[in-house]
Design a protein around this ligand. Sequence first.
Ligand code: CUA
Length: 182
Amino acid sequence: MPTSMGSTAIIISVAYSVVVVLGAILAWGLYRSTIRRRAVDTHKLAERERNWLIAVIVALVSLLFATIFFTPYGDSAGNKPVQVVKVTGLQFAWKIQPATVVAGKKVQFDVVSDDVSHGFGVYTKGYKYLFQVQAVPDSVTRVFHTFDEPGVYRILCLEFCGRDHHLMEAQIEVIAAEGSGK
Ligand code: CUA
């Protein structure tokens, strides 16, 4: 095994090995079940089948009620207050209105392009990737994001859009909410 093997490769190898072993055991069990011939008590089998059905229904219903209240809903659910920022990409700049938002409060980005297709990519000050959406002409791409930490965030264009694509950089300032102490 090469020492440079990443943890993902190790996890995949282990998972495959486990699946292969389980598959072999299952295949062997199935094979054995076809050669063993015993007298069959159909009443007992029917009863067992019904008990399994009940067990599965009980398990599924319990799982449903144990998890449904933790299911995350899409950002489009409800009309919570949001800060709306209009983003326009153009060769070769970003118009961001307004370019200052408040931390901890959801921001709705409405992203369009004035000319060709651009990639609206948002990064931290240290260029850690946060999210990206396409900026296309004649159609608004809406994306929501909540900046938890105040500071400067960077906007980069993530789609090659022409000669000065690499110059399409801008920033958003995230300020602390009043009374947050940050
Ligand atoms: Cu705009 Cu690349």
